[in-house]
Write a protein that binds this ligand. Structure first.
Ligand SMILES: C[S@@+](CC[C@H](N)C(=O)[O-])C[C@H]1O[C@@H](n2cnc3c(N)ncnc32)[C@H](O)[C@@H]1O
Length: 400
Protein backbone atom coordinates (compact mmCIF):
# COMPACT_ATOMS: atom_id res chain seq x y z
CA UNK A 1 0.00 0.00 0.00
CA UNK A 2 1.14 3.53 -0.73
CA UNK A 3 0.50 6.56 1.44
CA UNK A 4 0.33 10.28 0.83
CA UNK A 5 0.91 12.45 3.90
CA UNK A 6 -0.82 15.84 4.08
CA UNK A 7 0.31 18.10 6.95
CA UNK A 8 3.06 15.52 7.36
CA UNK A 9 4.92 17.23 10.23
CA UNK A 10 7.83 14.94 11.06
CA UNK A 11 5.95 11.88 9.89
CA UNK A 12 4.62 10.32 13.11
CA UNK A 13 1.64 8.84 11.28
CA UNK A 14 3.89 7.68 8.45
CA UNK A 15 6.36 5.89 10.73
CA UNK A 16 3.42 4.03 12.25
CA UNK A 17 2.16 3.06 8.80
CA UNK A 18 5.64 1.92 7.74
CA UNK A 19 5.71 -0.52 10.64
CA UNK A 20 2.79 -2.26 8.93
CA UNK A 21 4.08 -2.28 5.40
CA UNK A 22 2.70 1.01 4.02
CA UNK A 23 5.20 3.10 2.02
CA UNK A 24 5.03 6.90 1.91
CA UNK A 25 5.21 8.17 -1.67
CA UNK A 26 4.26 11.83 -1.15
CA UNK A 27 4.46 14.41 1.61
CA UNK A 28 2.99 17.87 2.01
CA UNK A 29 4.52 20.01 4.75
CA UNK A 30 5.18 23.72 4.84
CA UNK A 31 7.65 24.00 7.72
CA UNK A 32 11.33 23.98 6.61
CA UNK A 33 12.55 22.25 9.79
CA UNK A 34 9.99 19.47 9.42
CA UNK A 35 10.79 19.23 5.70
CA UNK A 36 14.44 18.57 6.57
CA UNK A 37 13.47 15.82 9.04
CA UNK A 38 11.15 14.24 6.46
CA UNK A 39 13.86 14.35 3.77
CA UNK A 40 16.24 12.49 6.08
CA UNK A 41 13.82 9.77 7.18
CA UNK A 42 11.75 9.34 4.02
CA UNK A 43 14.43 9.37 1.31
CA UNK A 44 12.26 7.26 -0.99
CA UNK A 45 9.81 10.12 -1.63
CA UNK A 46 10.50 11.56 -5.07
CA UNK A 47 11.48 15.24 -5.15
CA UNK A 48 8.41 15.98 -7.32
CA UNK A 49 6.19 14.57 -4.55
CA UNK A 50 7.62 16.70 -1.73
CA UNK A 51 5.00 19.40 -1.55
CA UNK A 52 5.21 22.55 0.58
CA UNK A 53 2.15 24.67 1.28
CA UNK A 54 -1.02 22.61 0.78
CA UNK A 55 -2.61 25.63 -0.87
CA UNK A 56 -0.26 25.15 -3.80
CA UNK A 57 -0.75 21.37 -4.10
CA UNK A 58 -2.54 20.73 -7.39
CA UNK A 59 -3.59 17.07 -6.96
CA UNK A 60 -3.11 13.94 -4.88
CA UNK A 61 -0.90 11.28 -6.42
CA UNK A 62 -2.61 7.88 -6.76
CA UNK A 63 -2.36 6.31 -3.28
CA UNK A 64 -4.12 3.82 -1.00
CA UNK A 65 -3.89 5.70 2.29
CA UNK A 66 -4.19 9.43 2.81
CA UNK A 67 -3.03 10.80 6.17
CA UNK A 68 -3.95 14.24 7.42
CA UNK A 69 -2.98 15.38 10.92
CA UNK A 70 -4.28 18.85 10.07
CA UNK A 71 -3.35 21.84 12.30
CA UNK A 72 -5.08 21.82 15.69
CA UNK A 73 -4.24 25.47 16.44
CA UNK A 74 -7.84 26.69 16.29
CA UNK A 75 -9.27 23.54 17.90
CA UNK A 76 -7.09 23.33 21.03
CA UNK A 77 -7.95 24.55 24.47
CA UNK A 78 -4.70 26.56 24.49
CA UNK A 79 -5.31 28.25 21.10
CA UNK A 80 -7.66 31.02 19.98
CA UNK A 81 -10.52 28.44 19.81
CA UNK A 82 -11.79 29.87 16.54
CA UNK A 83 -12.82 26.39 15.46
CA UNK A 84 -12.76 24.54 12.18
CA UNK A 85 -13.19 27.74 10.16
CA UNK A 86 -10.07 29.28 11.75
CA UNK A 87 -7.19 30.36 9.52
CA UNK A 88 -5.05 27.30 10.34
CA UNK A 89 -7.41 24.43 11.18
CA UNK A 90 -9.60 25.61 8.29
CA UNK A 91 -6.86 24.40 5.93
CA UNK A 92 -8.61 21.05 6.22
CA UNK A 93 -10.91 22.33 3.43
CA UNK A 94 -7.94 21.70 1.09
CA UNK A 95 -7.97 18.03 2.12
CA UNK A 96 -11.59 17.71 0.98
CA UNK A 97 -10.97 19.66 -2.23
CA UNK A 98 -8.14 17.25 -3.09
CA UNK A 99 -10.29 14.22 -2.20
CA UNK A 100 -13.19 15.45 -4.35
CA UNK A 101 -10.83 15.97 -7.24
CA UNK A 102 -9.35 12.46 -6.81
CA UNK A 103 -12.87 11.01 -6.71
CA UNK A 104 -13.79 12.77 -9.96
CA UNK A 105 -10.63 11.36 -11.52
CA UNK A 106 -11.65 7.86 -10.33
CA UNK A 107 -8.61 7.36 -8.11
CA UNK A 108 -9.66 8.08 -4.57
CA UNK A 109 -7.64 6.49 -1.73
CA UNK A 110 -8.99 3.43 0.08
CA UNK A 111 -8.43 4.88 3.52
CA UNK A 112 -8.20 8.28 5.20
CA UNK A 113 -6.47 8.55 8.57
CA UNK A 114 -6.93 11.78 10.53
CA UNK A 115 -5.58 12.75 13.94
CA UNK A 116 -6.46 15.76 16.06
CA UNK A 117 -7.13 17.02 19.59
CA UNK A 118 -10.16 15.80 21.60
CA UNK A 119 -11.01 19.35 22.58
CA UNK A 120 -12.53 19.72 19.11
CA UNK A 121 -15.30 17.26 20.04
CA UNK A 122 -16.93 19.84 22.29
CA UNK A 123 -15.74 23.14 20.84
CA UNK A 124 -18.58 25.31 19.46
CA UNK A 125 -21.11 22.58 20.22
CA UNK A 126 -19.28 20.00 18.12
CA UNK A 127 -19.06 22.09 14.96
CA UNK A 128 -15.69 20.65 13.84
CA UNK A 129 -16.90 17.04 13.92
CA UNK A 130 -20.13 17.99 12.16
CA UNK A 131 -18.06 19.57 9.44
CA UNK A 132 -15.62 16.65 9.06
CA UNK A 133 -18.24 13.91 9.09
CA UNK A 134 -20.57 15.92 6.84
CA UNK A 135 -17.84 16.32 4.21
CA UNK A 136 -16.96 12.62 4.40
CA UNK A 137 -20.57 11.56 4.02
CA UNK A 138 -21.00 13.95 1.09
CA UNK A 139 -18.19 12.00 -0.59
CA UNK A 140 -20.12 8.80 0.14
CA UNK A 141 -17.59 7.57 2.74
CA UNK A 142 -18.09 5.69 6.00
CA UNK A 143 -16.22 6.95 9.04
CA UNK A 144 -15.45 6.06 12.67
CA UNK A 145 -13.44 7.89 15.28
CA UNK A 146 -12.21 7.25 18.78
CA UNK A 147 -10.28 9.10 21.49
CA UNK A 148 -7.21 7.07 22.44
CA UNK A 149 -4.49 7.52 25.06
CA UNK A 150 -0.81 7.11 24.10
CA UNK A 151 -0.23 5.23 27.38
CA UNK A 152 -2.26 2.36 25.97
CA UNK A 153 0.54 1.81 23.47
CA UNK A 154 3.40 1.53 25.96
CA UNK A 155 4.79 5.06 26.38
CA UNK A 156 4.60 6.86 29.75
CA UNK A 157 2.95 9.96 28.26
CA UNK A 158 -0.70 10.87 28.88
CA UNK A 159 -1.72 12.02 25.42
CA UNK A 160 -5.32 11.82 24.35
CA UNK A 161 -6.00 12.19 20.66
CA UNK A 162 -8.88 11.64 18.25
CA UNK A 163 -8.07 9.06 15.59
CA UNK A 164 -10.54 9.06 12.69
CA UNK A 165 -10.61 6.43 9.97
CA UNK A 166 -12.78 6.76 6.88
CA UNK A 167 -13.15 4.85 3.66
CA UNK A 168 -15.21 4.71 0.48
CA UNK A 169 -15.07 0.91 0.41
CA UNK A 170 -14.06 -0.51 3.82
CA UNK A 171 -15.98 -0.52 7.08
CA UNK A 172 -13.78 1.41 9.55
CA UNK A 173 -15.72 0.28 12.64
CA UNK A 174 -14.16 -3.16 13.30
CA UNK A 175 -10.67 -1.68 12.91
CA UNK A 176 -11.13 1.31 15.15
CA UNK A 177 -13.75 0.22 17.66
CA UNK A 178 -13.35 -3.56 17.71
CA UNK A 179 -10.53 -3.73 20.25
CA UNK A 180 -10.74 -2.65 23.88
CA UNK A 181 -8.63 -3.36 26.95
CA UNK A 182 -10.39 -5.89 29.07
CA UNK A 183 -10.58 -5.88 31.99
CA UNK A 184 -10.47 -2.11 32.28
CA UNK A 185 -6.92 -0.83 32.57
CA UNK A 186 -5.68 -0.02 36.03
CA UNK A 187 -3.27 2.82 35.27
CA UNK A 188 -1.93 3.14 38.80
CA UNK A 189 1.86 2.66 39.02
CA UNK A 190 3.25 -0.78 39.77
CA UNK A 191 5.67 0.60 42.39
CA UNK A 192 5.01 2.45 45.68
CA UNK A 193 4.20 6.13 45.05
CA UNK A 194 7.44 7.28 46.71
CA UNK A 195 9.43 5.33 44.11
CA UNK A 196 7.98 6.79 40.91
CA UNK A 197 8.41 9.93 38.81
CA UNK A 198 5.76 12.60 38.28
CA UNK A 199 5.17 14.82 35.28
CA UNK A 200 3.92 18.40 35.38
CA UNK A 201 3.87 21.61 33.31
CA UNK A 202 6.47 23.88 34.92
CA UNK A 203 5.20 26.75 32.74
CA UNK A 204 1.81 26.60 34.46
CA UNK A 205 1.01 26.31 38.16
CA UNK A 206 -1.71 28.83 38.86
CA UNK A 207 -4.76 27.13 37.43
CA UNK A 208 -3.44 23.66 36.79
CA UNK A 209 -0.44 21.42 37.28
CA UNK A 210 -0.75 19.00 34.36
CA UNK A 211 -0.04 16.39 37.04
CA UNK A 212 0.66 12.82 35.90
CA UNK A 213 1.71 10.01 38.22
CA UNK A 214 4.42 7.84 36.63
CA UNK A 215 4.24 9.63 33.29
CA UNK A 216 4.47 13.01 31.61
CA UNK A 217 1.52 15.15 30.53
CA UNK A 218 0.95 15.71 26.81
CA UNK A 219 4.11 16.94 25.12
CA UNK A 220 3.00 20.23 23.54
CA UNK A 221 4.23 22.36 20.67
CA UNK A 222 4.19 25.49 22.82
CA UNK A 223 3.72 26.41 26.46
CA UNK A 224 1.26 28.98 27.80
CA UNK A 225 3.96 31.57 26.95
CA UNK A 226 4.18 30.50 23.35
CA UNK A 227 7.70 29.08 23.69
CA UNK A 228 8.20 25.37 23.09
CA UNK A 229 9.27 23.63 26.28
CA UNK A 230 9.14 20.07 27.56
CA UNK A 231 7.09 19.17 30.62
CA UNK A 232 8.89 18.97 33.97
CA UNK A 233 9.62 15.75 35.84
CA UNK A 234 9.94 15.20 39.57
CA UNK A 235 12.24 12.25 40.18
CA UNK A 236 10.85 11.67 43.62
CA UNK A 237 13.25 8.94 44.84
CA UNK A 238 16.28 11.06 43.87
CA UNK A 239 14.68 14.36 44.93
CA UNK A 240 15.41 15.96 41.52
CA UNK A 241 13.29 18.39 39.54
CA UNK A 242 14.21 18.73 35.90
CA UNK A 243 13.42 18.49 32.23
CA UNK A 244 13.79 15.41 30.03
CA UNK A 245 16.58 15.28 27.48
CA UNK A 246 15.43 15.93 23.91
CA UNK A 247 16.31 12.33 22.99
CA UNK A 248 14.02 11.06 25.75
CA UNK A 249 11.34 13.45 24.56
CA UNK A 250 11.66 11.90 21.10
CA UNK A 251 11.32 8.43 22.65
CA UNK A 252 8.28 9.56 24.67
CA UNK A 253 6.67 10.31 21.29
CA UNK A 254 7.77 6.92 19.95
CA UNK A 255 10.54 8.20 17.65
CA UNK A 256 14.07 6.83 17.65
CA UNK A 257 16.43 9.06 19.69
CA UNK A 258 18.00 11.79 17.56
CA UNK A 259 15.16 11.64 15.02
CA UNK A 260 14.69 15.43 14.86
CA UNK A 261 18.42 16.28 14.72
CA UNK A 262 18.28 17.18 10.98
CA UNK A 263 16.33 20.33 11.98
CA UNK A 264 19.52 21.71 13.54
CA UNK A 265 21.05 22.05 10.09
CA UNK A 266 18.37 24.46 8.85
CA UNK A 267 19.09 27.60 10.88
CA UNK A 268 19.66 28.83 14.43
CA UNK A 269 16.01 28.15 15.35
CA UNK A 270 16.48 24.42 14.93
CA UNK A 271 16.66 23.66 18.67
CA UNK A 272 13.29 25.26 19.46
CA UNK A 273 11.86 23.71 16.30
CA UNK A 274 12.68 20.22 17.59
CA UNK A 275 10.47 20.77 20.65
CA UNK A 276 7.70 22.32 18.58
CA UNK A 277 7.69 19.54 15.99
CA UNK A 278 7.69 16.84 18.65
CA UNK A 279 4.73 18.47 20.37
CA UNK A 280 2.87 18.60 17.05
CA UNK A 281 3.66 15.02 16.10
CA UNK A 282 1.45 11.98 16.27
CA UNK A 283 2.80 9.52 18.84
CA UNK A 284 4.25 6.75 16.67
CA UNK A 285 2.93 3.70 18.58
CA UNK A 286 -0.56 5.22 18.45
CA UNK A 287 -0.25 5.59 14.67
CA UNK A 288 1.15 2.06 14.43
CA UNK A 289 -1.88 0.70 16.27
CA UNK A 290 -4.26 2.45 13.84
CA UNK A 291 -2.20 1.16 10.90
CA UNK A 292 -2.14 -2.39 12.25
CA UNK A 293 -5.90 -2.39 12.73
CA UNK A 294 -6.51 -0.87 9.32
CA UNK A 295 -4.28 -3.40 7.57
CA UNK A 296 -5.64 -6.39 9.48
CA UNK A 297 -8.96 -6.30 7.62
CA UNK A 298 -10.58 -7.42 10.86
CA UNK A 299 -14.23 -8.30 11.34
CA UNK A 300 -14.13 -7.79 15.14
CA UNK A 301 -17.45 -6.82 16.69
CA UNK A 302 -17.75 -3.40 18.31
CA UNK A 303 -20.09 -2.34 21.12
CA UNK A 304 -23.28 -0.56 20.09
CA UNK A 305 -24.15 2.82 21.54
CA UNK A 306 -27.02 5.21 21.05
CA UNK A 307 -27.69 7.98 18.53
CA UNK A 308 -25.42 11.03 18.74
CA UNK A 309 -27.31 14.19 19.71
CA UNK A 310 -26.76 17.04 17.27
CA UNK A 311 -25.67 20.49 18.38
CA UNK A 312 -23.83 19.09 21.41
CA UNK A 313 -20.43 17.77 22.35
CA UNK A 314 -19.59 14.57 20.48
CA UNK A 315 -18.96 11.34 22.40
CA UNK A 316 -15.50 9.85 22.81
CA UNK A 317 -16.14 7.38 20.00
CA UNK A 318 -18.72 7.27 17.23
CA UNK A 319 -19.33 6.17 13.67
CA UNK A 320 -21.49 7.09 10.73
CA UNK A 321 -22.24 6.56 7.07
CA UNK A 322 -24.07 8.45 4.31
CA UNK A 323 -27.79 8.52 5.00
CA UNK A 324 -27.43 7.16 8.56
CA UNK A 325 -27.56 9.14 11.79
CA UNK A 326 -24.22 8.94 13.68
CA UNK A 327 -24.10 6.55 16.63
CA UNK A 328 -21.79 6.43 19.62
CA UNK A 329 -19.66 3.44 20.58
CA UNK A 330 -19.05 2.76 24.29
CA UNK A 331 -15.34 1.95 24.07
CA UNK A 332 -12.53 3.20 26.31
CA UNK A 333 -9.50 5.28 25.34
CA UNK A 334 -7.29 2.23 26.00
CA UNK A 335 -7.72 -0.15 23.07
CA UNK A 336 -5.10 -2.45 24.56
CA UNK A 337 -3.43 -3.18 27.86
CA UNK A 338 0.19 -2.14 27.45
CA UNK A 339 3.27 -3.61 29.06
CA UNK A 340 3.61 -1.08 31.91
CA UNK A 341 6.53 1.35 31.44
CA UNK A 342 7.63 3.16 34.58
CA UNK A 343 8.62 6.74 33.69
CA UNK A 344 11.94 6.73 35.55
CA UNK A 345 12.96 3.38 34.01
CA UNK A 346 11.97 4.65 30.57
CA UNK A 347 14.28 7.69 30.67
CA UNK A 348 17.78 7.04 29.32
CA UNK A 349 19.34 10.44 30.08
CA UNK A 350 19.69 12.45 33.30
CA UNK A 351 17.18 15.23 33.77
CA UNK A 352 18.40 18.74 33.05
CA UNK A 353 17.77 20.59 36.34
CA UNK A 354 15.01 23.18 36.18
CA UNK A 355 16.92 26.51 36.22
CA UNK A 356 16.89 28.88 39.18
CA UNK A 357 14.89 31.40 37.17
CA UNK A 358 12.34 28.82 36.04
CA UNK A 359 12.03 27.31 39.53
CA UNK A 360 11.57 30.76 41.11
CA UNK A 361 8.85 31.67 38.61
CA UNK A 362 7.15 28.32 39.04
CA UNK A 363 7.16 28.56 42.84
CA UNK A 364 5.68 32.05 42.62
CA UNK A 365 2.82 30.70 40.50
CA UNK A 366 2.28 27.73 42.84
CA UNK A 367 2.06 30.11 45.77
CA UNK A 368 -0.62 32.15 43.99
CA UNK A 369 -2.42 29.02 42.75
CA UNK A 370 -6.19 29.14 42.62
CA UNK A 371 -8.35 26.22 43.61
CA UNK A 372 -5.88 23.47 42.75
CA UNK A 373 -4.48 20.81 45.00
CA UNK A 374 -0.69 20.90 45.16
CA UNK A 375 0.75 17.78 46.78
CA UNK A 376 2.68 19.12 49.82
CA UNK A 377 5.67 16.79 49.18
CA UNK A 378 5.93 18.15 45.65
CA UNK A 379 5.82 21.77 46.80
CA UNK A 380 8.53 21.01 49.36
CA UNK A 381 10.64 19.32 46.66
CA UNK A 382 10.40 22.38 44.36
CA UNK A 383 11.28 24.67 47.27
CA UNK A 384 14.29 22.51 48.18
CA UNK A 385 15.38 22.41 44.52
CA UNK A 386 15.21 26.19 44.27
CA UNK A 387 17.07 26.60 47.55
CA UNK A 388 19.88 24.30 46.39
CA UNK A 389 20.28 26.24 43.16
CA UNK A 390 20.21 29.60 44.96
CA UNK A 391 22.86 28.42 47.44
CA UNK A 392 25.14 27.06 44.76
CA UNK A 393 24.80 30.32 42.77
CA UNK A 394 25.75 32.32 45.88
CA UNK A 395 28.69 29.97 46.54
CA UNK A 396 29.90 30.41 42.98
CA UNK A 397 29.65 34.23 43.26
CA UNK A 398 31.59 34.34 46.55
CA UNK A 399 34.48 32.27 45.20
CA UNK A 400 37.63 34.39 44.71
C1 LIG B 1 -0.41 18.53 13.82
S1 LIG B 1 0.94 18.75 12.78
C2 LIG B 1 1.02 17.24 11.91
C3 LIG B 1 1.77 16.16 12.58
C4 LIG B 1 2.05 15.00 11.72
N1 LIG B 1 0.85 14.36 11.25
C5 LIG B 1 2.96 13.98 12.41
O1 LIG B 1 2.57 12.84 12.51
O2 LIG B 1 4.08 14.32 12.83
C6 LIG B 1 0.31 19.85 11.54
C7 LIG B 1 1.33 20.17 10.48
O3 LIG B 1 0.72 20.93 9.44
C8 LIG B 1 1.70 21.77 8.90
N2 LIG B 1 1.07 22.83 8.12
C9 LIG B 1 0.45 23.94 8.59
N3 LIG B 1 0.00 24.68 7.58
C10 LIG B 1 0.34 24.05 6.44
C11 LIG B 1 0.16 24.33 5.05
N4 LIG B 1 -0.46 25.46 4.66
N5 LIG B 1 0.61 23.46 4.15
C12 LIG B 1 1.26 22.33 4.55
N6 LIG B 1 1.48 22.01 5.85
C13 LIG B 1 1.03 22.86 6.78
C14 LIG B 1 2.44 22.28 10.14
O4 LIG B 1 3.72 22.80 9.80
C15 LIG B 1 2.49 21.03 10.99
O5 LIG B 1 3.70 20.34 10.81
Amino acid sequence: MKACALFAGIGGLELGLHQHGVTTIATCERDPHAQRVLAQHFPGVDESQRHGDIQGMAALPPCDVLTAGFPCTDLSMAGPRTGITGARSGLVTRLFALLEQAQRAGRQPRWLLIENVPYMLGLQHGQAMRYLTGRLEALGWRWAYRVVDARAFGVPQRRLRVILLASPQHDPRPALLGEDATPMVDDRPQQPLAQVGYGFYWTEGRRGLGWVVDGVPTIKAGSGWGIPSPPGIWDRPAGRIGLPHIRDLERLQGFPPGYTEPALGVDTRGRGARYRMLGNAVCVPMAAWAAERMMADTTDAWPQGGPVATGRSWPKAAWGAPGQAPRSAPVSSWPRTPVPRALLDFLQHPLEPLSLRAATGYLGRLERAEKIFIPPDFLAAVQAHRQRLATSTLDAQSRP
